[in-house]
Each structure stands twice: as C-alpha cells, then as structure tokens.
Design a protein around this ligand. Structure first.
Ligand SMILES: Nc1ncnc2c1ncn2[C@@H]1O[C@H](COP(=O)(O)OP(=O)(O)OP(=O)(O)O)[C@@H](O)[C@H]1O
Ligand SMILES: [Mg+2]
Length: 245
C-alpha cells in the first residue's frame, strides 16, 4: 500500500453476496460519525453498476456516501465500477477493462488523508476473483485492515461462516469479529437462537451482534440518523476504533 496517514478502518466482507455488507458498512459509518469520528467510506471495486448521468456508478457507493455524509467524489469512494453484475474478474474481461490495484491504493491513500477511520466494503465474498491472479482476500490484504464478516443468522450460516473465517486465516488476514444480519424476512427459531454461541465457539471470534430484518432497511436509502441508531442498538461497535488503531 502506498504511504498514507495512519490507516485505521475496517474491511467488511460477507459469507455471500446480498448478505447485508452495504447496510452494515453504512450503519457502522453512520454510527461512528454520530460518535464524532471523522469517518470515510470506500467500495474499491463494484460490479453491477447503474447508469447515472451518462456514467456507470455503484449504488453501494452512493449508499455509503449518504450514510457517512461525506463530500468525497463518488469515483474516489469507488474507483472501479463494472457494469455487469458478475465476479469482477469476469465482468472486467467482458468489458475489456484491466483492474489495476494501484488505482485502489491511490484512492485509499487519499481517503486516509481526509479521514481518521475508513469503512471499506468488499465485493461479493472473500474468495471472489477480482483478477486472474487475485481474490478479494488478496485485495483485503493490501488494505491491512481487520476484517468484519457479515453472515446470515439462520440455518446454514455455521458452514458458510466457518469456511470464510478459515479462508481469511489461511490468507493471514486479521479478523475483528462477526455480525449476523437478516437481510431476508424469516422465522426466528432454534437455529437463530443457538448459532451465535456455536459460531463463537468454532471461530474464536466475537459475535458483535445480530441485526434483525427490518423493512425500513429495504428500498430507499434510510436516513443516517435512523441507520446509526438502528445499528447501534444491535451491534457492539465500540471496540472498532481501538481495534484498528
Ligand atoms: N437487516 C435487514 N433488514 C431488511 N433488509 C435488509 C437488511 N439487511 C440488508 N437488507 C436488504 O437486503 C439487500 C442486500 O443488502 P446489501 O445490499 O447490504 O447486501 P450486500 O452484501 O452489500 O450485497 P452486494 O454483494 O450486492 O454488495 C438490500 O436490499 C438491503 O436493503
Ligand atoms: Mg453491497
């Protein structure tokens, strides 16, 4: 990574796509901002960008910018945006683009100069390819930030979460903890009740909270105040700033 002021922050990954990385990343950014932290946000690579004023932009980056209430340019928050909703390596090949990690390093260094803490959202899960020679895990390594894993709370999450944790550890990544998030409506039963304890036992990681399904998180981007309050109610994020400092 290129030189920059103290790189403090968190890298948000997930056990799957559509697991709630953006909601959790945006919520944490909003909560930190409300607590007086000068927080920045980043979505280094996005795929499935949408057309806006003749440009392809990332809806995740727009959400994160809104949640953190920053005035950073969208192409600084999200330096690489691919049109196809595919793994970045595949989308990049179809679009004839080469993903240059130095572009990400440079944007991150600039964000680190503007902010004291950066919430970075990965793309897909940790084993998703971003180039022929690199996975999201390799990209995460370049940031030298601890990882937060977003996982679902229901049946099946033990397998996905343990695999993600083991993969991260095999790539020498530091793990901060796990957040369980219900991005889909479902019943709450024995799996949801028992999973946090079993996940903590198997991964030796703190489960920082379980975020319930809430319709206010669907559709339009929620107000930062609501996001901050909602996330603070369900996630213990107090260790975040010290953990990466
Ligand atoms: N706790 C929740 N309650 C209700 N809806 C949620 C919750 N968490 C996430 N969602 C919704 O689920 C969908 C997926 O969430 P989100 O976009 O945060 O996932 P993601 O992991 O960032 O996806 P991607 O891999 O595309 O970046 C969104 O429509 C979001 O509004
Ligand atoms: Mg997202």
């Amino acid at each position: 990574m290129t030189s920059h002021s103290t790189p403090t922050g968190i890298f948000i990954t997930g056990t799957d796509t559509e697991i709630g990385k953006t909601v959790i990343a945006g919520g944490l950014a909003a909560a930190l901002k409300a607590a007086g932290v000068n927080v920045g946000v980043m979505k280094p690579i996005a795929s499935g960008g949408v057309e806006h004023k003749g440009q392809i932009v990332s809806e995740d980056a727009i959400f994160l910018k809104h949640a953190a209430q920053v005035d950073d340019a969208l192409d600084l928050i999200n330096p690489i945006c691919l049109r196809h909703p595919l793994a970045p390596s595949v989308a990049a090949e179809i679009e004839g683009v080469s993903i240059d990690p130095r572009q990400i390093d440079e944007a991150f260094a600039q964000l680190c100069q503007r902010h004291e803490f950066i919430v970075v959202e990965g793309v897909g899960g940790i084993a998703v390819p971003i180039r022929d020679d690199a996975l999201v895990a390799d990209m995460a390594q370049r940031f030298q930030l601890p990882l937060l894993i977003v996982a679902r709370p229901n049946l099946g999450t033990i397998n996905h979460t343990v695999l993600t944790v083991e993969f991260a550890r095999s790539h020498n990544l530091t793990l901060h903890g796990i957040v369980l998030n219900a991005s889909q409506e479902g019943s709450k039963g024995l799996p949801e009740e028992t999973n946090p304890k079993e996940l903590a036992r198997l991964t030796h990681l703190p489960i920082l909270g379980t975020v319930p399904f809430d319709e206010r998180l669907q559709g339009n981007t929620p107000y930062p105040d609501f996001l901050s309050q909602f996330i603070s109610e369900h996630i213990d994020w107090t260790g975040l700033v010290e953990a990466s400092g």
